[in-house]
Ligand binder design. Sequence first.
Ligand code: MRU
Length: 369
Amino acid sequence: MKVEGKDMRPIWFDEVKKTVQVIDQRFLPHEFIIKDLNSVEDVIFAIKEMVVRGAPLIGATGALGVYVSLVQENNRGADNDYLEAECHRLKDARPTAMNLFWGVDRVRDAVLKEIDYNGRVRAGLSEALEVVEEEAVNCREIGRHGLSIIQDMSRKKGGEAVNILTHCNAGWLACVEYGTATAPIYTAFDRNIDVHVWVDETRPLNQGARLTAWELGKHGINHTVITDNAGGHLMQHGMVDLVMVGTDRTTRAGDVANKIGTYLKALAARDNNIPFYVALPSSTFDWSITDGIKDIPIEDRDPDEIRHVQGLCHGKVQSVLVPPETSPAANPAFDVTPARLVTGFITEKGICNANEADIMALFPEKRMA
Ligand code: MRU
């Protein structure tokens, strides 16, 4: 996607410097900083501290992290125990997004097929870059399939603006290109369909207000930032036609883990008869589990993320304390929306209902033996 007229992705491999580079998302939209990831320590920091975030991007970063583990200073990539240990460290960086485990394991498996060090480095880089490219293609396909949902709604409304509510940032910053939830929106906009997006601010880290609003604005898409609590009210007053969100992990039976607050949007959407769609690449499905509430690990983040709010003040990004200095806070970062509240999944293979049989019909190769 374009930033100041230049094609950008949130992660790339600089062929000249031979370095993995990322956009530092912590300070967007007010400061645009690019960071080099030169060691596994750098990669872990980037994932943990949310320099990079969003399920597909964490997967791509983990994949490139395996390559980084091979070329960082100690050159121990021919040692299998070392490689396994580095992969475990990478996978421990964040617990909820499935893509991280998928991306790391995929590159590790490709590397382990090679014996000598140089072969491993070549295999690591080429597999990681394939992961990056594949996720870009998957998101484009999600956009292509999801377009029909927005098109149908636009027809139903006689061409009037389709109002779509989204939560967190499931845009190109969270993926490699296009985004998951935003891919159908970008595709519809590019085909001259009138769309307007309600952007949940998404406390505590405001990925909606900071990142989704920035992305949509750069693309020229009409949008309005709202508080996380406004969605239900807007739905009751006919101001939301569709809800589209991404996911960090979805079970084979269709339970969806996504940014905290997603479940409440799904409940409000069901109460108001509004379609609630979840967009995801197949790398976000956890094929080994069915019960999301019981089996998806929910990340508990630093309570200080709740206690503080960050924004631009006198031209500088600053953080301020909101509650009394001594009040404790709790920060579960994701919640699980049960499959029964999901209207459908938009995947790179097409759209399906949120149940195991229909998901498996789209991905027959994932059927359990
Ligand atoms: O904590 P984050 O910012 O990594 O959470 C991201 C989300 O919850 C996104 O909605 C999710 O990854 C959707 S897929 C792009």
